[in-house]
Design a protein around this ligand. Structure first.
Ligand SMILES: [Zn+2]
Length: 62
């Protein structure tokens, strides 16, 4: 059975920050459907702007 969900796969060690290449800790999902990955540092640096764009921030636990 397939259900439609907004939940995306968990971030893994293979996911890298789009800005610096460090391990991604946060995924920002844009209203357009695009997504960006950020390390902890860049997630904080861009969080305000991402929220202004109505992006949804999803934080990985690892
Ligand atoms: Zn980074």
């Amino acid at each position: 059975m397939t259900t439609t969900t907004l939940t995306r796969p968990e971030l893994t060690a293979a996911d890298r920050c789009d800005r610096c290449g460090a391990a991604a800790q946060v995924r920002a999902v844009l209203p357009s459907g695009g997504e960006l990955l950020f390390c902890g540092h860049h997630a904080r640096a861009h969080e305000e702007r991402l929220r202004a764009m109505s992006a949804e921030l999803q934080k990985g636990e690892k």
